[in-house]
Design a binder for this molecule. Structure first.
Ligand code: CTP
Length: 413
């Protein structure tokens, strides 16, 4: 039994000196049972001949968008693929994918692909650190694409730096994690709240917070990718609705509470990432308040409902996951919330300093469970953190009939 039996993988090879390492990678993928189709760029053919890949994959190698032997190879290639792996991925390949450019077979195929995508970059260290490469990497990660970190070490230029193709082992582990995540959330119904809430003061002013919604959207997207039915209830954000999720927009904490209560009995898992405002103005002026109409310089505030605490009291079968936004005493404060709101799991966001989770594309989480476990998810792009968090929640969701199951199948990338 191979690790990748019956898996269909498209291996994209771009023009880097590291293209020779794709030969060994292909060999291992095939030995592990994968059916691999190789697509090469014209530049890659300067480094390795297609014949090498053809012999090892036992399939013809595609290089030409306008092939005489078949029509629309870019669509045919990924039609039934489980995964597209681009190794090595050059700065040019990353840029074209981030921008949606499609001027050769590999880039056109990537644009047409609807399966998970992994890029294993290889380039000079100066290039990897260039702001445009950093930007493109961020854009791709923000879309849920896995862009691996290249390795440190000696580079083809003779310099030492970060830019080496990740090791074969790291690439194979990433492929395995990606494939095993496919459809593992099928059958789960996931209710996700995201973003800030906004509490009006008058016709134009409101109280809100700096939550961007990125973490919640990434979780919704990741759960949907993995086969869950997902309903996202979101406060005001600038983000596009995630693909394959049902989305509901709300503004105030009360509206968010209503939307979540309506769907709570449907859900098997509630993931409450929203940064719900804790206070609202007791009186809301229908018009814009003029400066001289303010009574003194203070606002008369009242508490908003604690949505999670109230849903927790209505819990029948659902797994409840809370987030805690903390600037200090992360574990202690997280544990308090876990118990006070009777949650199955709480994920503590670190929200102080320049690396604050708020608005950032990266995040790190400290996870506390009802069973007393503490896990730390190291800093990574939010889509990746979303997958890791889902890895932790899944065993709880699968065994939710049992009492406090322990986390057993943690995977890390
Ligand atoms: N939450 C909620 N309703 C509120 C406030 C928070 O449902 N009115 C949820 C959040 O979505 C999050 C969890 O409760 O999942 C913890 O939120 P957080 O803002 O960290 O804590 P609070 O409970 O508001 O406590 P404090 O502000 O004192 O830290």
């Amino acid at each position: 039994m191979g690790k990748f039996d019956n898996k269909r993988i498209v291996l994209g090879v771009a023009g880097s000196i590291a293209a020779y390492k794709a030969v060994s990678l292909l060999r291992t993928l095939v030995e592990e049972g994968a059916e691999v189709s190789v697509v090469m760029t014209l530049a890659a053919k300067q480094f390795v001949t297609p014949l090498t890949f053809e012999v090892l994959s036992k399939r013809s190698v595609s290089t030409d968008l306008f092939s005489e032997s078949e029509t629309m190879p870019h669509l045919r290639l990924t039609e039934s693929a489980d995964l597209v792996l681009v190794a090595p991925a050059t700065a040019n390949t990353l840029a074209k994918s981030a921008l949606g450019l499609a001027d050769d077979l590999l880039s056109t195929m990537i644009l047409a692909a609807r399966c998970p995508l992994i890029f294993a970059p290889a380039m000079d260290g100066e290039m990897w650190d260039h702001p445009s490469v950093m930007e493109h990497t961020q854009v791709l990660r923000g879309r849920g694409v896995t862009v691996m970190e290249p390795e440190d070490g000696p580079l083809a230029s003779g310099q030492v730096g970060r830019g080496r193709l990740p090791s074969e082992e790291a690439i194979l582990n990433t492929v395995a994690a990606c494939l095993s995540r496919q459809h593992d959330w099928a059958g789960q119904r996931v209710l996700v709240s995201a973003g800030p809430t906004r509490e009006p003061i008058d016709a134009i002013r409101f109280i809100t917070n700096g939550s961007s919604g990125k973490m919640g959207y990434a979780i919704a997207q990741a759960a949907a990718h993995r086969g869950a039915q997902v309903l996202l209830v979101s406060g005001p954000t600038n983000l596009p609705s995630p693909a394959n999720c049902e989305s509901t927009s709300v503004v105030t904490a009360e509206e968010m509470q209503q939307a979540l209560e309506d769907k709570f009995s449907w859900a098997t898992v509630l993931i409450m990432t929203a940064a719900v405002g804790d206070f609202r103005s007791r009186v809301v002026a229908p018009q814009k308040l003029k400066k001289d109409e303010w009574a003194g310089e203070s606002l008369d505030l009242e508490r908003t409902p604690d949505i999670l605490a109230s849903l927790s009291k209505q819990k029948t079968h659902q797994i409840l996951v809370g987030f805690a936004a903390e600037t200090e005493n992360h574990v202690e404060n997280g544990r308090k919330k876990l118990h006070q709101k009777t949650l199955d799991l709480v994920a503590v966001n670190h929200i102080s300093g320049p690396d604050s989770a708020f608005g950032n594309d990266m995040n790190e989480l400290t996870i506390l469970t009802k069973a007393g476990e503490i896990l730390h998810l190291d800093r990574a792009a939010k889509p990746l953190i979303a997958h890791r968090l889902l890895d932790v929640i899944l065993p709880l969701a699968l065994h939710r009939a049992l009492d406090t199951p322990r986390i057993s199948n943690l995977r890390s990338l």
